[in-house]
Design a protein. Sequence first.
Length: 238
Amino acid sequence: MADAPTNGRPRATDRGLALLRVVADHPGGIALADAARAVDLTPSTALRQLRSLESAGFAARDSEGRFAPGSELLRIARSLAGAAALPRLAEPILVALAHSTGESAYLAEPADQTHAVYAAMEPGKHAVRHVSWLGQRVALHDTAVGAALSNQLDADGTAVRADAVEEGVTAVSAPVYGVGGSIIGALSVVGPSFRLQGRKLQTSRSAVAKQARTLSALAGAPANAAARSRSARTARTR
């Protein structure tokens, strides 16, 4: 007979979730007897549940038979931690970028397959400055952010678009890489097109690329993430 439901869930599911929590709380591993005791199960019942977690990649046994977080649980944890932490990690980067360029600095994160969202910003120092995009969705098609997130970059690792979202506004963007080298966001400066041109545009491109590399390192990206990205772009154009 199937286990009776508890709060709408089968009792076996509750047991599995309880053991998953125990395993996650012991990254160095936990003995079967201790795990069973923590969730008030017999060792034999706990072992059945832990074997299911092990087969799904959520738990792994070490050489001493202790259960530790498995590869799939670690992958999910890294993914969630990286996503949640990126705006916080970006705060000093955005301040530095706005200070060095004088223009408003933004962090964008992917929202879905067609849009990104501006998740954090630091206003520029000029009286005429761009401050209206925080929290707004931006289309990926034909925008600097979209180009950065899709790795469609110029030789210096940045993308520039003028009048793409607003008339008279220019954006300079560069990708932010995360664990594993995947693109997880885009760092940008946004300002009036009459200022972001010529030498000012070139220095802004350099600043955005530099700060994007710094943020990528903070987010756990491999040191060669940008180089691998350039290689991928080159391969696509051959």
